[in-house]
Design a protein around this ligand. Structure first.
Ligand SMILES: Nc1ncnc2c1ncn2[C@@H]1O[C@H](COP(=O)(O)OP(=O)(O)OP(=O)(O)O)[C@@H](O)[C@H]1O
Length: 338
């Protein structure tokens, strides 16, 4: 659906050149919710702007439905752009226009007959839950309601792609949740492909099917949400994952642990409900003391960590660890004795 093929974008400035996007390869499938995460300056905004050709690649190709965007005429490009909706962090609504007219605006620009505009705007305002706000002005709305208008406006021309540029970054956590729920409904009911950029990992965790992590213009890692959260490879990805998985052992617990035999056991789909720990305690001469843990859901698959301490002699502990290793991932946790 959307394909980045060795895409590089450099900006020239007085001091020289800056590579904002560096040889990126990505393939986003039809109907997928694809997230791009990275710290400030990683190149996310430039990447998303390459999709609607607000930026043109310095080299490489951006393709939509196998069409190379840089090979299109201005007219063809206009057609492609109509097929792409976009929502923004600060909503970008027309402050002097009502909710109705904000949503009607792109349809009127496209020359849609007035009766069709009315029908479409009413349908879409109903879809985003703002039917009763049609006559309000943006400054009479909450942030969440403004973003709903933004979504309605983006959907007015029935696009097949929706670009979301930090769409929830200005919203509180509860409102973020409701907007993400609405975006999922957009995908589920209209089968729209959603490409979202964010620096918030919990947004990625809640809604995306797959994610790419960007750093210094490059994609350093990409995978399904489950794989990336359960087994992040790159140190930057690990940092992002840690920001939401909260699986660091609290210092108060570590300071009370005298034994050095501490392990992190990672449970997933088939193993989250199994009595793996109690069975090794029966099988070997060890005691298992659960220190800390959490179970969460990633793409409806249970996933979690337990930090456990083994008590017993070294040999029995190693046997127990080996046994557990047959079923799940287990890693020793180094405790700083100082
Ligand atoms: N039009 C431009 N001219 C020159 N440099 C630019 C331009 N647009 C972006 N850059 C530079 O490209 C790099 C990537 O910027 P970009 O905005 O894509 O990153 P980002 O990940 O979206 O960051 P943020 O989350 O802060 O918006 C930055 O160093 C930025 O200063």
């Amino acid at each position: 659906m959307i394909r980045f093929d060795q895409v590089t974008k450099t900006f020239e400035h007085e001091g020289g050149k800056l590579t904002a996007v560096d040889q990126v390869n990505l393939e986003i499938k039809k109907g997928e919710i694809f997230g791009v995460i990275g710290f400030s300056g990683a190149g996310k905004s430039t990447l998303i702007r390459l999709v609607n050709q607000l930026e043109r690649p310095t080299s490489g190709r951006v393709l939509i439905n196998d069409q190379d965007l840089s090979a299109l005429s201005t007219r063809e490009l206009r057609g492609i752009r109509r097929n792409i909706g976009m929502i923004f962090q600060h909503f970008n609504l027309l402050e002097t226009k009502t909710v109705y007219h904000n949503v009607a605006f792109p349809l009127l620009l496209a020359g849609t007959p007035k009766n069709e505009v009315k029908e479409k705007v009413e349908e879409i305002l109903d879809f985003v839950g703002l039917k009763d706000r049609a006559k309000h002005y943006p400054d009479q709305l909450s942030g969440g309601q403004k973003q709903r208008v933004g979504i309605a406006r983006a959907l007015a021309t029935s696009p097949s792609i929706l670009l979301c540029d930090e769409a929830t970054s200005a919203l509180d956590p509860e409102t973020t949740k409701s907007i993400l729920k609405l975006l999922r409904k957009v995908r589920d009911e209209y089968n729209i492909t959603i490409l979202m950029i964010t620096h918030e990992m919990n947004v990625i965790k809640k809604i995306c099917d797959r994610v790419a992590v960007m750093e210094d213009g490059s994609v350093i890692e990409q995978d399904t949400i489950f794989n990336l959260f359960s087994n992040p490879q790159h140190p930057t990805t690990q940092k992002f994952v840690q920001s939401v998985m909260n699986d660091e052992i609290p210092a108060s617990i570590l300071s009370e642990v005298e034994s050095r035999h501490i392990y992190r056991v990672t449970f997933n789909e088939g193993t989250a409900g199994k009595p793996i720990l109690s069975s090794v305690a029966k099988k070997f001469d060890v005691d298992v003391n659960v220190l800390y843990g959490q179970i969460t859901e990633l793409q409806h698959i249970p996933f979690g960590n337990l930090v456990v301490e083994f008590q017993g002699n070294q040999e029995e502990i190693l046997k127990a660890v080996n046994d557990i290793q047959q079923a799940v991932r287990i890693q020793e946790v180094k405790v700083d004795a100082s």
